[in-house]
Design a protein. Structure first.
Lengths: 133, 85
């Protein structure tokens, strides 16, 4: 039983490391900040979670289970929070979107909130600033 | 055991990719994102090395690291926007 758990744990550890390596590939190869943020947050949450559960299956006990479950839940939650904060900061400082981006719905909202009531003379058509295609 | 070594190498490659993005990254937010991945990879690396060394102490280390890890991301986000929200 314990040997079987160990094999399953090793498999989970390797799969989690593969997911983390894929996060690295995505960080290198994807075209802009927002797709990279998507790759890093989702893949790192999943990868670290799989690695932790795999390590737990090698040392199964009640205390370790409590620790790992808490760590995985916190990891899945906070990885999303951190990635969202960084991508939002990038958007607010004007990091450009990829050429392939089709919809920029946040852009119209941000421009209205910033330039609307303060500079009423300069009206722009929404959604055309960054270009498309 | 060789599979655990393989996993360690994979995580190390991921860290290497993050460092490349840290050096090249066109914006500060890219660098913050790369630092994020370095942190997560390091957490996984601590767990894997603990598994390799047959130690159970790493569960506490990993729990604390995941509890406080996102504060670094939030701080970097604040730094990128220059203190504004």
């Amino acid at each position: 039983m314990s040997v079987l758990l160990g094999h399953v744990g090793t498999a989970l550890v390797v799969v989690g490391a593969l997911v983390l390596a894929l996060a690295g590939v995505g960080l290198l190869r994807l075209p802009d900040l927002y797709t990279r943020a998507s790759a890093v947050t989702t893949a790192s949450g999943l990868g670290v979670g799989l690695v932790l559960v795999g390590v737990l299956l090698h040392h199964p006990s009640l205390g370790n289970t409590v620790k790992v479950v808490l760590a995985v839940v916190v990891q899945l939650t906070t990885a999303a929070v951190g990635g969202y904060a960084i991508a939002r900061a990038g958007y607010l400082t004007g990091v450009p979107l990829a050429k392939r981006t089709r919809y920029d719905e946040l852009g119209a909202v941000v421009r209205t909130a910033r330039g609307g009531p303060e500079r009423p003379g300069r009206r722009r058509r929404p959604g055309r600033r960054r270009g498309r295609g | 055991m060789i599979l655990i070594d393989l996993a360690i190498v994979l995580v190390a490659l991921s860290l290497l990719a993050a460092v490349v993005r840290l050096v090249r990254g066109p914006s500060d937010a890219d660098r913050g994102l790369a630092g994020d991945l370095v942190f997560f990879g390091f957490v996984a690396l601590v767990a894997l090395v603990g598994l390799r060394a047959d130690s159970e102490v790493v569960f506490d280390v990993v729990l604390v690291a995941t509890l406080v890890g996102f504060l670094a991301s939030l701080s970097i986000a604040r730094l990128v926007t220059g203190g504004k929200r």
